[in-house]
Write a protein that binds this ligand. Sequence first.
Ligand code: DAH
Length: 329
Amino acid sequence: MSVEQLRIEAIKEIKEASTQEACEKVRIKYLGRKEGKLIEVLKSLKDMSVEEKRTIGTAANELHQLLEHELEEKIEKIKRSEEEKKNRFDVTKPGKRIASGHLHPLTKVDKEVRTIFSSLNFTIVEGPELEKETYNFDKLNIPAGHSARDMWDTLWVKKEGTNGLLMRTHTSPVQARYMESHNPPFQIIVPGRCFRYEATDASHEINFYQIEGLMVGPDITLANLKFIIETFFKKFFKQKIEFRYRPSYFPFVEPGIEVDIRLKGGKWLEVMGAGMVHRNVFDGVKYNHTQVQGFAFGMGLDRLAMIKYGVPDIRLFYSGDVRFTKNFR
Ligand code: DAH
């Protein structure tokens, strides 16, 4: 094959090559050191005249350079167009989701609970997390030495010049605080953070959230409690629920009960403690227990969130792990 023919053929193939690999194949085919077509030409020179050696040799060298150059340009071109393709804006593609912040699952549940109770005409009240022993215990009919204090593993706070300071173990102290400064009738809920001095596991944390409820008036009964609780849970879980009321003991109520719920196809779950406010609690806040009565309840916000979202471990809420919180966008 003449050098000219090789040139025509090689240029055509370079034109046709559309990938870097294809270019590489062309390079090997024509410029390969062992079996390239140009080498073949040079090898055949040995049988030729001096004149032919010179002209054909020169032409072959020029073709070598030309092909090197052409290949290089072609590869550059391919790279550029690949790059362009990558950066091209495709208006038909679905848009990228913009990463934005969102509420923590506990915040969501807290908001929902507040909304539901507000719609039932409850006032939202808050109280201090650093609490006095009297409010956390004494005024709730749990005097010092009472064995019921063992129900709450307490984080006591030692500060010079003070005693009887603790991190509240429940939201119940706000019952007494509120009643000391307000007259019945009223209905309140108290969402808030609580603390317990205990080992953590899947259902216990050293801090967690509760929602306290308190409704006091001249003729409040357990029937009112049932209505409010059942209305709340139905609104919260947005489905039919079965309820079970079991007798229980909490020093600040008499009778005391525990409320269980069962969702569609599920197991019975204990969700709150409740009862009729104990007369000693009313006496402690200077209410006349012959003229008013009321119900109280307390439930764990974390527990509600765990049931609602199927979260298996309370500690996940406080892990700060975005792989967990991301699920609640
Ligand atoms: N404070 C209780 C606790 O943390 C829960 C509770 C039970 C609150 C009965 C109440 C109640 O208001 O009536 O275990």
